[in-house]
Design a binder for this molecule. Sequence first.
Ligand code: IVH
Length: 676
Amino acid sequence: MERDAVEKEILRLRREIEQHNHAYYVLNTPTISDYEWDKLLRRLQLLEAEFPDLISPDSPTQRIAVEPAEGFRRVPHPAPILSLANAYTDEEFLAWLERIRKLDDRVNAADFVVEPKFDGLTVVLHYHNGLFQLGTTRGDGETGEDITANLRTVRSLPLRIPLGEGSIEPPARLVVRGEALIFLEDFSALNQRLEEAGERTYVNPRNTASGALRQLDPALTASRPIRLICYDIIASDGEVPSHQLEVIDFLGQLGFPIPEGVVHAKDPEQVLDAYQSWVARRDSLPYEVDGVVIKINDILLSSDLGVVGKDPRGAIAYKFPAQVVTTRLNDIGLNVGRTGVITPYAILEAVEVGGVTVRQATLHNFDFIKEKDIRVGDRVLLKRAGDVIPYVIGPVLEARTGDEPVYRLPKRCPSCSEALEFSETEVALYCVNSTCPTQLIRNLEHFASRSAMDIEGMGIKIAVQLVESGLVNDIADIFNLELEDLLSLEGFAEKRAQNLLDAIARSRTQSLTRLVIGLGIRNVGETVAADLARHIGSLEGLSHASQADFEGIEGIGPIVAQTIHDWFQNPVNMRVLTKLKEAGISPEMAAPEESSMVLEGLTFVLTGSLPSMSRAEAKAQIQNAGGRVVASVSGKTSYLVAGESPGSKLQKALDLEVPVLSEEDLLRLLENRPTP
Ligand code: IVH
């Protein structure tokens, strides 16, 4: 290629890669697969290698940077947090081996460790005297973002090491590298829960984990099922193992979650066998894995080999074949959820991804279609990972003919043809017709589900029959069903009908919490339902409570309070409640017990260093006693706990007349003794 043409191509590639980077790292919505991104970067690397004078410092090959999210403190890493070079074929793996063999004879006799390459978010965890003190993201590899508060909510992260008896002593200072991720099963359950609550679902596990850890509210992180897997030691001031295989074992003994199925390969053939067996297992793994990482077992040899750019020579990622394909979007279908929320899905030309034929895929929500400008008739990129429902990544713009019409939002419900409405508080489209048959079917299914009234045998099929036959027009109707009614339905003989009636009868004594869950109020899941039951005590009470009453309950914000209030004031729902009462369904809550959570309802801010415990410990103790710890002082703060060199928070607390406690006062409060 001529120099001019190469220069043009280089500029084009840089722009394209930067756009994809922005979408991936900043917006958390990838526009292409990692595989294709790697291909672009490699092409750019090749061209730049041919014309090195065209390399500029802002080329993505020079600095693959991650934009810092605003609001987190930047923390320098104790050692560079390196990345990995990729191989896609056996030849590329062997070429890597050949290169490092030439650099160091010892490679000839080297053995290897083959680990899964987790598709998550890298985290760096600092332990001091066995206590978790600081956790950061990888950031640009030199400095990361301090996400300690969020990481503390990750249950598999040991807050203290060693965990468990009989384990080894850790060095006084230990910095560990791991990957934060969401397991596929947890991801599906999370999305199902969100969908049922009429909330927005997530696109994929990786971005959900990354988003949840890189936002400013630890409570939100805590509500996401994030897990951790650790595989490396970044720094320590004590004795640590000299081989990677032992490092993993060592981390395991300290109580860290470690990778499963790690293979010790004695030679390159065994490495390739291990790769193949990982490829074969790929779809049955509980998490997303996009390849394996092959590491020289001997850590000294590995580090002697040095680093190229940000990639250590002593390890390489051997990626799996892509599970991303393209196919035609034949149409956009619409689902009606229990709460009336309308969600779009893709109707596709059948295509095989990872051994499975896919005809439908999720499109998440209408904003997603708009943002990506997805049009019927487009070729679209489709990804499938494990058991997660396949999803559309976006359109292939180059394949457009120009005849594809811009997608227009539906105006009418596909089930009942009533006009659709936008909700004020959420960016979702709703069918607000309370007699919409599809909604009623889903409502009924939910009402009978295991977490609600737990009516055995009443699944979606029977819900459809009951609604379509006209026997049931709202959830209360099921309590008036009689044997003859059920016998008129297809597939119901005496025994089956009686079993269902018995199951319905048994559900009459379910708790108020279960009944409230069953009502299917938007944003009211198990926790909020339990709070409502505990604080208000009866359906009658809930019907008469004001929005302010709901807002007064800890954990219920103004938006949820309004949704609940609106639900109970809706005339159709009021009729259902009356019918339930007439049918004898009116559970009440026993009087609430005196709480053992001595700090419940109180909000704390910590500042300065405390004499006998770290701030993290103080925080944990407050949280364990039901209190909340927030970052800054406001009029709503109950107490400021101040140690030595307290900083500006103390002045603010004094200005706002927020009471200031010493560590001793705090300990007294925790023991429920009066503060002087
Ligand atoms: S080792 C110097 N091991 O993959 C060692 N990385 O593409 C570099 N990753 O940024 C990392 N699983 O976040 C290593 N078993 C594993 C891994 C792993 C996932 C991630 C890591 C890294 C990325 C490189």
